[in-house]
Design a protein around this ligand. Structure first.
Ligand SMILES: Nc1ccn([C@@H]2O[C@H](COP(=O)(O)OP(=O)(O)OP(=O)(O)O)[C@@H](O)[C@H]2O)c(=O)n1
Ligand SMILES: C/C(=C\CO)CCC[C@H](C)CCC[C@H](C)CCCC(C)C
Length: 315
């Protein structure tokens, strides 16, 4: 009969994943619970000190042992992660095919198709993180999706195979070698943020939101309304940069609210708005610089966002 109780963590607000691993810690410490009940993997990333308030004796070690801890629970989590990976991977192929079809039928231009895929892929990928289990390995399952697309871009970019749908929806001019630059850096950044930051830290979410939402919308707005160019960069415009700042801020804030509403972290929204505004300002300034030939926007924008977000939010 599995142990049943409710864990009341008296510590400061912490993420849902952290609370989950704290339950594990408390179970092991207080009940000396036999391992066959605790089948869930223990996180090496969650320091026990984060599980307890300043006075560990204040912890009321009552907790519900969710199904995941019961015998076989680990298998259930693996099953959930495999299913989520298959679903999201199918979604990525469907997204590319859908925009290839729209381009093929001349419903949208190829340049707009590329940017819409740029905006939607990363944001939908982040939104899908909620489908994965609370195990430490979940992030690696999720990363298989951009990794598979990375292989797809490499194979087609080196002309080892030809996927016309991919070329039509993702390249500027239909040249295979284009896939080895912007799109490849894009999926590599998705992999990096999913593994390093995952659902535990706002840093990864903000960085990807700036790359996908901010930079993507800047291109769409800038191409259409960018008549007044920046004084130091004739290839970029005030309309593009202002829209990057605005949409980068709004989409980042929206994604943080999404993950907060799901219980992954609790944020002070006034402070968060100020911090996200600073990240958006720095990323917009970096994106506006005439260095597209030196470093791709899909590297400079998320990287500058990551550094600024890390300095303001911490991990
Ligand atoms: N701040 C910005 C950003 C983009 N643009 C417009 O959008 C176009 C493409 O912008 P860019 O971010 O450079 O996209 P690329 O990285 O070149 O294209 P892709 O992302 O498709 O590789 C620019 O030429 C410009 O017309 C703009 O006016 N102002
Ligand atoms: C055109 C792009 C970048 C250039 O600036 C974006 C390329 C996108 C990849 C080809 C596809 C990436 C798919 C995501 C990893 C997963 C999306 C899943 C979601 C459910 C649709």
């Amino acid at each position: 009969m599995p142990v049943r109780a409710i864990l009341l963590l008296n510590s400061s607000p912490i993420s849902r994943d952290t609370k989950y691993h704290c339950k594990l810690t408390v179970l092991r410490r207080r009940f000396n619970t036999s391992p066959e009940i605790l089948r869930a993997p223990e996180s090496t990333r969650i320091r026990e000190s984060r599980c307890f308030s300043s006075d560990p004796t204040r912890i009321s070690p009552k907790f519900i042992v969710p199904n995941a801890f019961q015998a076989g629970g680990f298998a259930e989590m693996v099953f959930q992660d495999v299913g989520a990976t298959a679903l999201v991977l199918a979604g990525s192929f469907a997204l590319v095919s859908a925009f290839e079809s729209l381009t093929q039928r001349n419903i949208i231009q190829q340049s707009l198709s590329r940017k819409l895929v740029h905006v939607l892929s990363g944001l939908l990928f982040m939104a899908s993180w909620a489908l994965f289990s609370t195990s430490t390995e979940a992030r690696y399952f999720a990363s298989l999706v951009p990794f598979t697309n990375c292989l797809r871009l490499l194979i087609n970019g080196m002309s080892l195979a030809t996927d016309e749908r991919l070329l039509k929806s993702v390249s500027r001019e239909g040249k295979p070698e284009e896939l080895l630059r912007g799109p490849l850096y894009y999926v590599l950044m998705l992999i990096f943020c999913a593994i390093i930051f995952w659902r535990e830290s706002p840093v990864g979410v903000i960085s990807l939101a700036m790359m996908c939402g901010g930079d993507g919308v800047a291109d769409i707005i800038g191409r259409r309304f960018g008549f007044v160019k920046l004084p130091y960069n004739q290839k970029k415009s005030w309309a593009g940069s202002i829209s990057m700042f605005a949409f980068g801020f709004l989409i980042s804030f929206g994604m943080l609210y999404y993950f907060s509403a799901l219980g992954y972290y609790e944020l002070n929204w006034t402070e968060t708005a100020q911090r996200v505004a600073l990240v958006s300002l720095v990323a917009t300034a970096v994106e506006s610089l005439p260095m597209g030939e030196v470093i791709d926007d899909n590297i400079s924008v998320p990287l500058s966002s990551m550094i600024t977000a890390y300095m303001t939010f911490g991990f």
